[in-house]
Design a protein around this ligand. Structure first.
Ligand code: XMP
Length: 319
């Protein structure tokens, strides 16, 4: 696509103009946006870029290995892998308010990036894969007075306490344009087509207090759910799909025993930009089979429900 090729050239020039010969660190989340941002910036400034992948302990199953393999082994991009699971978990202890979770996670990311920036000879810039809808939704809703729907951890609110200058090359793009740019950059199809994944990760899919045990249950259930979607060839028809582990236990029966385990909600939506969304109309067979698999394969879940809320009035994530 010639327009995307031209646009790519312009963005690379803009990045070079902004950073000069400064060092840039870029947070990688494993999502499409940060992956595309990193590859674009790497193409623009090469070794001036160091990527930082923060394992928050709230990633999907297998996520950390996939990200490391792609960036370190395939692209040969400088990559620092920070294992911060314990740090995040201890800061989130006892916290169940969604906005407080987001603020704590966002703040901890910045602390970690600033710490890492010092270790690589004083990076002055922090790159992020912020998209246009992130900018809009963090600032206002419906063009009305400024109302925060959700504090996206990767947008605004933070710079005043931050020494790093932001580099956000995707700030004017929508997701489909980011995917087109990713293809233009030669990013592997598996990455380009990935469903969005929010920076705060599984933390915002675990309403109530987050514990390691609950995260582990959610991670396993989410993996079975996505496996089902892939096996049925539905992955690319869906904008985003994930599981949410509710802080609610219900009574069930397994064999001859009573169970008292968590409820898992499944979410899947279609959308073009994440700003509005419809729930995905799975067949009842698919839903039934998926519920059975999850309950059989994941200890700690004995009931599965499907979220049929569109956006608006729901948001895509539950927190
Ligand atoms: P909501 O839940 O607001 O989500 O309808 C819209 C899209 O944004 C993603 N999302 C985030 N992405 N950092 C991100 O990078 C965040 O803090 C964040 N919160 C939500 C969400 O997964 C959906 O694709």
């Amino acid at each position: 696509d010639w327009t995307m090729a031209a646009f790519k050239g312009e963005m690379m020039q803009a990045i070079r103009d902004q950073v000069g010969d400064g060092q840039v660190i870029c947070g990688l989340s494993g999502g499409v946006d940060s992956s595309v941002a990193a590859v674009l910036i790497h193409e623009a400034i090469g070794d001036q870029l160091t990527c930082v992948y923060v394992d928050t302990g709230m990633m999907r199953k297998g996520e950390s290995d996939q990200v490391t393999a792609l960036f370190r082994d395939h692209y040969d991009i400088n990559l620092i892998h920070v294992d911060a699971g314990d740090e995040f978990l201890s800061l989130l202890e006892g916290v169940s308010d969604p906005e407080r979770k987001r603020k704590i996670i966002g703040g901890t990311f910045i602390d970690i990036f600033e710490r890492e920036a010092k270790t690589i000879g004083g990076a002055k810039f922090l790159a992020q894969g912020t998209l246009y809808p992130d900018v809009i939704e963090s600032v206002s809703f419906d063009g009305g007075p400024s109302v925060t729907i959700k504090s996206h951890h990767n947008v605004g609110g933070l710079p005043e306490r931050m020494d790093l200058e932001l580099v956000e090359p995707l700030r004017e793009l929508f997701k489909d344009e980011v995917r087109a740019l990713g293809r233009e950059l030669g990013l592997h199809k598996d990455f380009v087509e990935r469903h969005p994944f929010p920076g705060p990760g599984l933390a915002i899919r675990c309403p109530g207090e987050i514990t390691k045990a609950r995260l582990d249950i959610l991670r396993e259930a989410d993996a079975v759910y996505l496996d089902q979607i892939r096996k049925h060839g539905l992955y690319n028809d869906i904008w985003q799909a994930f599981a949410v582990l509710l802080p609610v236990q219900t009574v069930g029966v397994m064999g001859d025993s009573r169970t008292y385990d968590y409820v898992l909600a499944l979410r899947a939506v279609t959308s073009t930009d994440g700003m509005t969304a419809d729930y995905y109309p799975y067949s009842h067979d698919f839903l039934g089979e998926t519920a059975t698999r999850i309950i059989n394969e994941v200890r700690g879940v004995n009931r599965v429900v499907y979220d049929v809320t569109s956006k608006p009035p729901g948001t895509i994530e539950w927190e």
